[in-house]
Design a protein around this ligand. Sequence first.
Ligand code: ADP
Ligand code: ASP
Ligand code: MG
Length: 814
Amino acid sequence: MKVLKFGGTSVANAKNINLVKNIIANEQSDNIIVVVSALGGITDLLLKSAALACTQDISYKATFKEIENRHLSTIKELIPIHSQSKMLSKVKSELNTLETLLEGAYLIGEITPKLSDKIVSYGELLSSYIISEHFIAEGIDAAYIDSRELIKTNSTHGKTTVNFQLTNSNCVEALKSHENTVLVMGGFIASSVSGDSTTLGRGGSDYSAAIVANALDAEILQVWTDVSGMYTANPKIVKQAMSIPHISYEEAMELSHFGAKVLFPPTIQPVLSKGIPIVIKNTFKPEDQGTLISRNTNGLGKTVRGISHVEEVALLSLEGSGMVGIPGISKRFFEVLSNADISVVLITQASSEHSICVGISNQDTQKAVSIINEAFDFEISRGKIKPVIAEKDLAIVALVGDNMKSHQGLSGKMFSTLGKNNVNIRAIAQGASERNISAVILKSDVKKALNSLHEAFFEENVKQLNLFVMGVGNVGAKFLNQIQQQKKYLKEKLKLNIRVIGMSNSRTMVFDEDGISLKNWEALLAAGEKADKGLFYDKVMKLNYRNSIFVDNTASEEVSNTYHSYLQNSISVVTCNKIACSSPFSNYQELKDLARKYNAPFLFETNVGAGLPIIDTLKHLVASGDKILKIQAVLSGSLNFVFNNFNDGTTFHDIVKKAQQEGYTEPDPKIDLSGVDVMRKILILARESGNVLDIEDIENQSFLPKVSLETNNYEDFFRTLKEHEASFQEMYQQTVAEDSKLKYVAQFENGKASVGLQRIPKGHDFYNLEGSDNIVLFYTERYPNQPMIIKGAGAGADVTASGIFADIIRVGNF
Ligand code: ADP
Ligand code: ASP
Ligand code: MG
């Protein structure tokens, strides 16, 4: 004897019911009980029509029509025309009765729990009848049984309890009186001893099947649904969730209690004592293994078996000095809730007698607050206890596993994972069985919390990084190409799965929750919505993804002003934009503090020397206790280009023009030639070495004539260069005479920084610097005489993009 239960989606329409029929037809057993739910969505429609009717809203009729059509069209599609009439007349007659009941509710403007049960029972009554007839028409030796004659409950409509003694004997009798191979019955519905229809609670068809399996000593209970088993987390929210092959009754119970809807929580109880195994299978993929729920899962390895969550939770806190030492406060508190039929989902472990804090369902909040305040009215009026505080719109996430008790550090890992992702924990509880650890969080954080916990406990190997990229010009475009190229390698070798969720240029922005295709991002971006930095930020917040990184590839001050808000929300910032790090020291410090406080790296390696590992090396030197004594560097690719190409055969003006045209300078070449760009870079290096410094503290011995510095447009600037050609030539001649070369050098020593053009003699480390190369010499306590030297290409889109990429990987390994 086997019991097979098929849920709402499995029997939602004729096509699906045919799949169910195939599953039954392929079953070898000659004794099968099939328990079915209402056609998917019908229970909701029944409740909706009842709710409309009792508020005297005539649109209940339209909902009723929808219910009627669903059933009639299913029959027409399923059953051969010549056998339809008998069924159609029976179903129509049932629907007429249902319509009359709804009309009654509409006329009176009220609905009792008893009438509600009666109305909602039509879903399973009709589905089970239609399916049994379909089986018969398809040649299966099947018969219909009315579950109300088998499963008996008390008369507390809406909160029934099953009378197992009566139910068990009814089941045994029913089986005896039917010789058929397959018996079809509706789940969810039952009746009271006095014969009224009752129901077992939403999702209760699983329970019906378990009750019957227990009564008939079934060898197995199969629960057929729309997913391939019980998953490590709700597969609709966590895409990487996996079906759990084998799980214990207790774990399954705990997971379903904390929201794994795939199994109605009371389902385990009836089969547990007899050890009847439950298998959860997918009607749409019957070949998938599914999940086996049984005893004896010891040694199955995993400490955390699954993660589940309950939404719509509220926290109630009662506190006050008057609670200390007075016995019976908790007793009264829980009694009040229990008398009002409010169930407590979670009790936090309070370490003092000073407060009680429990989780209840959101919808019970108002009622709970008023009855508790009423019950403690005396203490509240005397100021001994404060009025109860309720916090709504919360959720519980729970880690579940039998073996969790024997492992340390799981809660630490759980809370640090949530903390890193800026998920605020409102309360925590650990079941006495130590089979679960639960945390109460904001409902809006559920998706992020589940995904990050799932990643931490089940995908230990692969970490997903979600990028939000602003600026896709030269550098940005190269960066996106590099990600596209390296995607596979990163996933396989570094276990990092990088996705770009949002991107923007100055014109448009685009988002894709599953990751923007990097093969044709240009077209997707062009077709995106109008760019807006504020809306971009709002969207990042709304998506609320774990491991989010904001990448700034612009040179915009406005963009750099948004870093604070990202960091404050634990979103890492990676940038090649130098403005923030060279802004007033207080701002730079604040960003670093925020990064530390919110556990979100703020990385800007490309601010100095593009892709060269200059800042990272400096950080490691400082962190390992070395002290920076002196920094000497050539940090401007643009100025190198200019001075490497300037000679007596050209003009200074023409070389600068060429540098600008070939993209070696900032769009405004004055930023480079005036030394401002180099000042920013040495400032950042000085700060990263641990010094408090501002841009005004840097000495800039400009080689440009004063008039050039004072210009405020390109033409004027270039004109002054032309006018002063003689002085540039003189500078060149002098250098040649000394057998040296001109280099724009930045220096930091004894707390003082300076930048300026220098004549570098032959033999000096800087003398042979080619093209746009950069070089940095670090003189430290550990490298006092021979400096540590970092040298290489210090400008260019490709190397800058690879520097940003390296920062992203640093965040990934953080
Ligand atoms: P049925 O109508 O077949 O009883 P349900 O909708 O009641 O189906 O339950 C199946 C659904 O449960 C799945 O579609 C999935 O969205 C949800 N679910 C929530 N948590 C889990 C989980 N941990 N494993 C599998 N499914 C889950
Ligand atoms: N049809 C009922 C519901 O939707 C029972 C079930 O499907 O398990 O809640
Ligand atoms: Mg269900």
